[in-house]
Design a protein around this ligand. Structure first.
Ligand code: NAP
Length: 282
């Protein structure tokens, strides 16, 4: 391996320590930062995610309340609960775990969250704020990727960044955040012709596709920074990313591992958004 590793676990620990310090400072002013997490239904992956989010929060001194509802919960009841949390001055962040059951309109649910408490950054007001460069909550995964680039002192100005994947929660906000740092950004997707032509020219590649080995060594410029957002399973059921790690790490200058890369940083950035929400309300 020639690439240097960007250690998401170590960086996330650092971020959590920063958050813990900010929590202490708020508590000294009599404010207990509080995240409300809502889980509807019993999706097994979602149950693990919400448990982790609550545990991470508590570890930094943030209060986290998990509210569980049955999959059959009428959407109107969920919206009423969100409105009550919006109005509760003791709740600073609200997170509705996705996916929601099929009878619900996820976007309508997200848009019921007050933008000031939208710590996932999925509200259309948060997305719009990112688009026009105004303050607002940024989605946690691309924020975590930006923090990883920052951690290696990488200067994005004038660099060519290629983002693979254009979802609303990862690819699109990632492209906008790179653009805001003056990178020249190419946003690729499933209809992109000759993906390798773009990636081979990239100084930074963010892979957020959800397919194993979609980025191989031959698609990477020597020395490039490769951030792997993907979360997939290999033939043995082991967690792996979108990047052929063994191959790409021979070519890239920097690379994030899976597991231990973007995943822990995503979790850490939720804590950053929550403490920010609490600080802004103070
Ligand atoms: P998504 O909504 O399924 O989006 C995938 C994107 O990849 C789409 O824009 C799709 O294009 C594009 N795509 C598909 N095949 C492609 C190809 N061959 N070349 C280039 N682009 C291609 O997924 P997501 O929610 O953004 O998540 C992406 C991956 O990141 C998943 O593995 C997910 O589990 C993982 N993830 C990880 C974290 C974390 O914390 N580590 C957080 C979020 C997501 P079209 O738009 O044309 O369909």
């Amino acid at each position: 391996m020639t690439a240097q590793l960007i250690d998401g676990n170590a960086l996330a620990r650092q971020v959590r320590a920063e958050v813990a310090g900010r929590v202490t400072a708020l508590k000294q002013r009599g404010i207990q930062p509080h995240l409300a997490v809502i889980l509807v239904g019993d999706n097994p992956a979602s149950q693990v995610y919400v448990r982790n989010k609550v545990a991470d929060s508590e570890q930094t001194g943030l209060k986290a309340t998990l509210e569980r509802y049955p999959a059959a919960l009428p959407q109107a009841e969920l919206l009423a609960r969100i409105r009550a949390l919006n109005a509760d001055a003791n709740v600073h962040g609200i997170l509705v775990q996705l996916p929601l059951p099929p009878h619900m309109d996820a976007q309508a649910v997200i848009e019921t969250i007050a933008p000031a408490k939208d710590v996932d950054g999925f509200h259309v007001a948060s997305a719009g704020a990112l688009m026009v460069g105004r303050p607002g909550f940024r989605p946690c995964t691309p924020s975590g990727c930006m923090r990883m680039l920052e951690s290696i002192g990488y200067k994005l100005k004038g660099k060519h960044a290629v983002v693979m994947g254009r979802s609303n929660i990862v690819g699109k906000p990632m492209a906008l955040m790179l653009l805001a740092q003056n990178a020249t950004v190419t946003l690729c997707h499933s209809a992109t012709l000759d993906l390798a032509r773009h990636t081979r020219d990239a100084d930074v590649i963010v892979a957020a596709v959800g397919k194993r080995n979609v980025l191989t060594g031959g698609m990477v410029k020597p020395g490039a920074v490769v951030i792997d957002v993907g979360m997939n399973r290999d033939d043995h059921g082991k967690l792996c990313g979108d990047v052929d790690f063994a191959d790409v790490s021979q070519i890239a200058g920097w690379i994030t591992p899976v597991p231990g890369g973007v995943g822990p940083m995503t979790r850490a950035m939720l804590l950053v958004n929550t403490i920010e929400a609490a600080e802004r309300s103070a």
